[in-house]
Design a protein around this ligand. Sequence first.
Ligand SMILES: *Cc1c(COP(=O)(O)O)cnc(C)c1O
Ligand SMILES: [Zn+2]
Length: 412
Amino acid sequence: MAQIKELRCCVCGRTYAPDEVQYVCPVCGDIGTLDVLYDYDALKNIFDRETFVSSRPGMWRYKTLLPITPNAKVPPLPVGGTPLYDSPRLAKALGVKQAWMKDDGRNPTASLKDRASALVTAKAMESNIGVISAASTGNAAAALAGVGASVGLRIVIFVPATAPEAKIAQLLVYGAEVLLVEDSYDVAFDLCFELSQQEGWLCRNTGINPFTAEGKKTVSYEIADALHWDVPDVVVTSVGDGNIIAGVHKGFWDLHQLGWIDRIPRLIGVQAVGCSPLVEAWKNNTNAVDIKPVQTNSIADSIVASLPRDRAKALRAVNETHGAFVAVTDEEILASIPQLARLTGVFAEPAAAASFAGAQRAVKSGYIHPNESVALLITGNGLKDIKSAQSAVSGGLRVPPDLEAIRRVFHP
Ligand SMILES: *Cc1c(COP(=O)(O)O)cnc(C)c1O
Ligand SMILES: [Zn+2]
């Protein structure tokens, strides 16, 4: 078990006891998302990285580094333990020495969000809370609905009414109570939090709940573990609210504190040109506190956030690791879906394929060098958004059920 030592505000650095605050820093407000910190020296004495070798695959393999008690009940769905593919063809296409893909579309509800939802659900079970709510562009909600269903919790979801059909279908199939908000994700987010406070529901909203990043950090543990603690030079992930990149950073940071890895990879965050407040802030050296909401326009719905909720941690992740933020167009994102699938056999949703488009951009811009190794996070499965995928491809030949006619297709 990892007992939480303190919660620390990522903006002002104030620390709180674990039971002192539930969501964000009371002094800084929403921008002050919290880091969950442990007594790393004590942890070092209890176990080492070889402890994991014999434990079961999946995110609970790292239970000792998660904020739950050793005997805590955890949801039964097999979250995490997703494959890390070494892909020489991808490396060649990118023009780098080595490239891996972490296929988190292989999670039970088909996105990386399952890691966060599983941990928040475990926390709810620990405290006997019966209702969890979340606002989401789709995947976080689907993850919470699925994981919640696996343990019979009541789940209340706020999504923009424009979320892709497959994601809404997931919510309804899993039996969540679904509110299709006729406005943006950002508006749904605030409505969800407000009502949750009034109703006494546990709110899983990304970033303000400190345990979402704690769940997501396990993706970095898995990458390091799979590579025998010899981490890639660079890790690339797409960024909306900035909670995934914050979690990825926290995962490597934990391992570095424990002395299990000798450096933290440079982190590259990818945003859509039509929603790139963090790219702008990073380029202009803007303080996270001063970032203003932007107008948004992108097909990559999972990374559309007008004011990224975890903006302070996301900027910190890139700045502290000497990484970069890059923006890619919707055209590049769409084109990268079949490109990635044909190079690797992995079908990614737009926001996930964006990491490939972003990696290409980062190589061109010199943020990734040809002699380096790169891991791409594939954060969501392509079947989540068929319409976008279809708009990126063509083909399929209509034929009569006649062998001669079909033969003539191949031998005109
Ligand atoms: C949520 C999500 C992201 C972005 O994560 P943030 O924490 O919002 O930055 C990227 N890709 C997919 C598929 C997602 O579902
Ligand atoms: Zn603060």
